[in-house]
Design a protein around this ligand. Structure first.
Ligand code: SAM
Length: 255
């Protein structure tokens, strides 16, 4: 395994992630069960996203549900050449995030319902990374958000990957997982989730709750997801969850 210090020194993309990730204040600790920090303080999620932003040559990052801006700050500092557009329905949260991010000129923070704001946030972008993390209240916008995105690489946070170490959300007994995606997007027949057993160049230091993440492409080719061991495919019709013991065994075999 590449050491973290080695990655940073050699100027790799993992090094660039490392340079920013642990410097972002974990302001979200005031409410988030994982203690706050960018992407649930799980650097393997940052590495997955970093791979995809590079491979898809993304031209912007759109986040829904910024809370106080931990992930927004990470995105803005790691990708200063990209517009980073975010929103939250909680005006107190966006006031904090706007104040915190005021010096980062690539960031736009909007207040309102994410599904309604998404067309505006996505406008002019042809290969956006769309990070869907708006939830907490009875009106959960995820299905509406999924309907709204017409083109992009979508990352859904707090997603059921069928692995006991990884948490996920559920509202009114609807699980944030592959079946929700299958129901919301009749045009998709598969998606991907993060693979915990890939050989990541940096170790995850999140010892508390880790969240699963789902990845899907709309109008973009699947190659970068299919070709990287960081992602495991899930058929959607019908949904078949990964056999993680087989994935783990395959990972060991490859090393
Ligand atoms: C888990 S927090 C987001 C954490 C943040 N992405 C981060 O990484 O630090 C979820 C946020 O979604 C927001 N939210 C809930 N429903 C929303 C909606 N319909 N539109 C926009 N934001 C919403 C909540 O106010 C909350 O701040």
């Amino acid at each position: 395994m590449t050491t973290a210090v080695g990655a940073a020194r050699r100027g790799t993309s993992a090094g660039a992630v490392l340079q920013v990730f642990y410097r972002v204040p974990r302001a979200g600790a005031v409410r988030l069960s994982d203690g706050g920090g960018p992407l649930g303080f799980d650097i393997t999620a940052a590495l997955q996203i970093d791979h995809l932003i590079g491979a898809y040559d993304c031209d912007g990052i759109v986040e829904t549900g910024c809370f106080v801006g931990d992930s927004t700050e990470y995105f803005a500092r790691r990708y200063p050449h990209l517009p980073v557009r975010t929103c939250d329905i909680d005006a107190d949260a966006t006031a904090v995030a706007s104040h915190r991010l005021a010096d980062l000129t690539n960031v736009t923070v909007e207040t309102g319902d994410s599904a309604q704001l998404l067309p505006q946030l996505l406008s002019g972008l042809s290969r956006p990374l769309v990070y869907l993390d708006a939830h907490w209240y009875s009106s959960w916008p995820l299905a509406r958000e999924l309907h709204t995105v017409t083109r992009g690489l979508i990352v859904v946070d707090d997603f059921d990957i069928g692995h006991p170490r990884f948490g996920y959300d559920a509202y009114d007994q609807v699980v944030c997982g592959p079946q929700l995606v299958a129901d919301a997007r009749a045009d998709l027949d598969r998606m991907w989730v993060g693979n915990p057993y890939a050989d990541y160049p940096l170790p995850c230091l999140q010892t508390g709750r880790r969240a699963g993440r789902g990845f899907l492409t709309v109008g973009l080719p699947p190659g970068p997801l299919d070709d990287s061991p960081m992602f495991t495919p899930i058929p959607l019709r019908p949904v078949v969850m990964p056999d993680w013991s087989a994935v783990e065994a395959l990972g060991k075999e490859r090393r």
